[in-house]
Design a protein around this ligand. Structure first.
Ligand code: GLU
Length: 261
């Protein structure tokens, strides 16, 4: 169904796209769009799962703190999502790449009819050679229906489009055997063959769970995606050329080997 073209889902988080103030990190965002557009030109079918709606909205509204209540988060997301898509559209256009926005809620994935519609729209976008950009629909997502983090969402999307690879970009080099911020001897784990309880426990120990996601949700995402047979990679978003190295077959970050679905 993918016309023989390999499909790759790339997830990027707020910490790559924006400064702590919520201001856009143009250098990182532009570099990422250039590489993703290049990947499309290489013949890959690419989906971008992006965070940043709430963070960027916060910056644009001049809020000094991330809103804690649901209406506050929703309002910030409506503003930030606009800004994000405006910039993605502009930057991707410069690299000759057409994008489409999909804002997803849990119900769209879990309801069989809506699930089917969602799969169809992805397929159509691929057939038009457009790049789908996905976020959770934070403007309407309330606690009961929310995925809440885009790491898990990216694993769901990777399953929806039957991707070969899920690449989660983050601000560390991958999964370590202990917290690298506290332990200078911490070693990067290049390959995880199986999501054992010992591996899952590493994220709790790492204490790196500062943002919405952190390593805990990345491991949850890796577990979901690898169960569906999808090779999952957690790699440093910086430098963005890490994506090229990974696609060239180099060992970058942590590779969670996809199991037999
Ligand atoms: N959907 C949220 C946003 O765009 C991000 C969730 C996450 O950080 O994983 O702000």
């Amino acid at each position: 169904m993918s016309n023989g073209k390999p499909r790759v889902v790339v997830k990027v988080g707020t910490s790559t796209l924006a400064y702590p103030s919520g201001g856009i990190n143009f250098r990182e965002m532009d570099a990422l769009t250039r590489v993703l557009a290049d990947m499309m030109n290489m013949g890959l079918q690419v989906v971008l799962v992006t965070s940043g709606a709430i963070g960027v909205g916060m910056g644009k509204l001049g809020l000094t703190e991330r809103p804690r209540d649901t209406p506050g988060k929703q309002a910030a997301a409506t503003v930030g999502q606009c800004e994000l898509m405006y910039l993605y559209d502009k930057m991707f256009s410069e690299y000759g790449c057409t994008v489409g926005q999909l804002l997803i809620t849990k119900g769209d994935v879990e309801d069989p009819e809506r699930h089917k519609n969602l799969v169809s729209v992805f397929e159509r976008l691929f057939s038009y050679n457009a790049l789908p950009i996905v976020n959770e629909n934070d403007a309407v997502a309330v606690e009961e229906i929310v995925y809440g983090d885009n790491d898990n969402l990216s694993a769901i999307v990777a399953q929806l489009v039957r991707a070969q690879k899920l690449i989660i970009l983050t601000d560390t080099d991958g999964l370590y055997d202990s917290n690298p911020k506290l332990n200078p001897g911490a070693t990067l784990i290049p390959l995880v063959e199986e999501m054992t309880p010992d591996i899952l426990a590493l994220a709790q120990k790492s204490g790196s769970d500062l943002g919405t996601g952190g390593m805990v949700t990345k491991l949850q995402a890796a577990r979901l995606a690898t169960k569906a047979g999808i090779d999952t990679y957690v790699i440093n978003a910086r430098p963005v050329d890490n994506l090229y190295r990974l696609l060239d077959g180099e060992s970058v970050g942590t590779w969670f080997r996809g199991g037999k679905p």
